[in-house]
Design a protein. Structure first.
Length: 287
């Protein structure tokens, strides 16, 4: 016979308690399991907080978190298009204009976008509005209309510097529309009309000057060779004859008319030779 003592049997109360805890664990795991499984798309990140402390960003893909202990905040990494409301701006040359713009930005640091600012979209919108009024107020109206690319670049740099600590990158800022008062529109229309009239007069004067130079050169050539004038007459008649129902006026050179008049005067002197011409004697001086 063995002299070793038999081991004591486990108390019935401890086994019952362990079984109850196991069953309760199963009942808790089943409903909490969907809360622990997280799936984040490629264009998003999940910022994890464990008991209020920042753990970091996770994703994309499938991962697990501890329910109740950990909390996740989703941040979108895609480019956000935001309309800046229409702003009343007074330019440097005291012209009141209404300007609206559009801002393109995206989140580059999910941790900073969640921790350092409460609502990064609203914060970026307010910064864009104040910067738009400030920058356009320092510019003249002509700069806003002509140098819009430079104004857009300046706006993008200032807004990007302000939102960089929040993990937000501003990529593009575009001034979309500039509303002018009706009086300014009429004044600009008059200015443009006067400018076009000035250009038209200058072009017309240059045309007259060039035409005068060509006519002077043509006059010198015709003076050197008179036959060119006759050829020009014939060319003009050819151009006129192509048109129907037109009156043709043929110019006759004055030289031909003068020769004809001389010839006629000689003939009339010969016919009048039959008349007797009595010489008149001069009376002598009285002695």
């Amino acid at each position: 016979m063995s002299t070793q003592p038999e081991p004591d049997a486990a108390p019935a109360g401890n086994s019952f308690l362990s079984r109850m805890l196991t069953v309760m664990g199963y009942f808790l795991v089943i409903p909490l399991f969907p809360l622990a499984v997280k799936i984040v798309p490629e264009y998003q990140r999940g910022v994890i907080f464990r008991l209020g402390r920042l753990v970091g960003a996770r994703g994309p893909g499938l991962f697990l978190i501890i329910p109740i202990v950990e909390r996740m905040v989703i941040v979108d990494l895609r480019i956000v298009t935001m309309d800046v409301p229409r702003q009343d701006v007074i330019t440097r040359d005291n012209v009141t204009v209404k300007v609206d713009a559009v801002v393109y930005f995206r989140v580059t640091s999910p941790n900073d976008a969640v921790v350092k600012v409460m609502d990064y979209v609203r914060a970026t919108s307010l910064v864009a509005q104040t910067t738009l009024r400030s920058v356009l107020g320092q510019s003249e109206l002509d700069e806003l209309l002509i140098k819009r690319d430079q104004v857009n670049q300046q706006l993008q740099q200032i807004i990007d510097e302000a939102t960089e600590p929040w993990g937000v990158k501003v990529t593009i800022v575009e001034v979309r529309d500039i509303g002018l008062p009706p009086e300014m529109i009429r004044a600009m229309a008059k200015q443009a009309e006067a400018e076009r009239e000035r250009r038209a007069k200058i072009i017309h004067a240059e045309g007259e000057f060039q035409a005068a130079e060509k006519l002077a050169q043509a006059g010198k050539i015709m003076a050197a060779t008179p036959t060119t004038l006759q050829l020009r007459y014939l060319q003009t008649l050819t151009e006129i004859s192509t048109e129907r129902q037109s009156t043709i006026i043929f110019p006759v050179p004055i030289d031909i008319i003068s020769q004809f008049m001389r010839g006629t005067g000689g003939d009339s002197g010969g016919q009048g030779g039959g008349r007797s011409q009595v010489p008149v004697e001069k009376e002598g001086k009285k002695g």
